[in-house]
Design a protein around this ligand. Structure first.
Ligand code: HGY
Ligand code: MN
Ligand code: MN
Length: 416
């Protein structure tokens, strides 16, 4: 059997076939996926993933948040496992690779260990984190957040979707509420393969992102209270227009983010008008501002500036303004020794690479609170993600998984 130093590779065709098979579950309307967390489609995807893991000889554990842990035994039963994973849930108009590449890439690494008869000292545990996206139940990375002790189980179970359904109720309904206490598992290390979801690697012509950090995030949910009134017969001077206040706040968020360049972003992806009738001025407008930066001071400075200026905008119009932080994590520094393993694996395998700060949040950000953690990234076409047109090449998928495979083996320690 060749030692990993002799450039063992994973089976790229098998990986790609698995990605395409999973993509058939919860199809979108434009070639991507709508496999939102705790939906029937999610349950179907979980079942397919479990069947593949059964075939690979992995034993399953599920915790009370519904996260799936699929373990390949190690030679030393007392050694803590090396965890490798990501998420199978998608955005409503998500791509085929966001999260999925990390889960199925981890599975492919294990399948390749089986094919090659590789034994490791540490067990390997492939993870499908529940509700990474936070699209249906905010905040993002909810299950890994409970695992890391950032959120309580009760808080998570009580999170509601736009139809008022709770996380706990939906987890029960799809039959994936496990028995394991969340966070009881201890990790030797955690690796996550993910598409970049940004334009840098493709633009620089690099195969691999050696992820050193992840930028921090605030999700600020604003509830603006105006007065419902007729859009036709209410004179302009009499209006208490929450929609106008929202528009001015969105413009202000853009200005604050632009003023914090380089290395800051800000915008809004979700809003609800109530009663949301064409000829009624909104009584309430609810929307979430998403701001991010790798720089802690910039991140917190933007939050303070936005909240201050939003209050002034609402005062001027006479609209009520309430804000709640519904998502947050500080900028993350990943474990240098694992980052070096990723870099060395890319070099050994002959893949071009560069250091990268992750623009998107990932379960690795919370895993890093409880264990040494890092990420491997591959390019995506045009940097596009959270869009059904998200695309990667087979070569990028294989290269990222090859590097993941070797970095994991370095940490899990091969034994004869
Ligand atoms: O929001 C994020 O960065 C991730 O896609 N959940
Ligand atoms: Mn993701
Ligand atoms: Mn995502």
């Amino acid at each position: 059997m060749a030692a990993p130093g002799e450039n063992l590779r994973i089976n790229g065709d098998r990986l790609w076939d698995s990605l395409m098979e999973m993509a058939k579950i919860g199809p979108g309307v434009a070639g991507g996926n709508n496999r939102q967390t705790l939906t029937d489609a999610d349950a179907e995807g979980r079942a397919l993933f479990k069947a593949w893991c059964d075939a690979a000889g992995l034993s399953m554990g599920v915790d009370r948040m519904g996260t799936m842990f699929m373990t390949r035994p190690g030679a030393d039963p007392d050694a803590l496992p090396v965890y490798v994973g990501s998420h199978l849930d998608t955005q409503p108009t998500g791509g085929k690779y966001d999260g999925v590449l990390g889960v199925l890439g981890a599975l492919e690494a294990v399948r390749s260990m089986n094919d090659l008869g590789i034994k490791t000292k540490h067990p390997i545990c492939v993870v499908n984190w529940a509700n990474e996206e936070g699209a249906r139940f905010a905040p993002a990375m909810l299950a890994s957040g409970v695992f890391a002790g950032v959120h309580t189980l009760d808080y998570a179970y009580g999170r509601k979707d736009l139809d008022g359904l709770t996380y706990g109720g939906e987890l029960e309904r799809i039959g994936w509420k496990g028995e394991e206490e969340v966070g009881a598992r201890k990790m030797h290390a955690y690796y996550e393969l993910h598409i970049e979801q940004g334009p840098i690697l493709e633009a620089e012509g690099k195969d691999i992102g050696v992820v050193t950090h992840c930028q921090g995030l605030w999700w600020l949910e604003f509830t603006l209270t105006g007065r419902e009134a007729h859009t036709g017969s209410t004179p302009m001077a009499m209006r208490v227009n929450a929609g106008l206040a929202m528009a001015r706040i969105l413009e202000m968020v853009q200005d604050v983010a632009m003023a914090a360049q380089p290395g800051a972003v800000g915008g809004v992806g979700q809003m609800q008008f109530s009663p949301n009738s064409r000829n009624v001025l909104p009584g309430t407008v609810v929307f979430t501002v998403d701001i991010r930066s790798p720089d802690q001071d910039k991140l917190d400075g933007m939050r303070a500036e936005i909240e201050k200026r939003a209050a002034a905008i609402c005062d001027e119009i006479g609209v009520g303004c309430a804000v709640e932080a519904v998502g947050h994590f500080d900028p993350v520094t990943f474990a240098p020794e694992l980052v070096e393993n990723v870099r060395k694996s890319a070099e050994k395998l002959g893949y071009s690479h560069m250091n990268l700060i992750s623009g998107a949040g990932h379960d690795a950000c919370w895993a890093a609170k409880v264990a040494p953690a890092t990420m491997v990234m591959c390019p995506c076409v045009g940097g596009l993600s959270h869009n059904e047109a998200e695309e990667i090449s087979r070569e990028w998928a294989a290269a990222g998984t090859d590097v993941l495979f070797h970095a994991v083996l370095e940490t899990a320690e091969i034994v004869e």
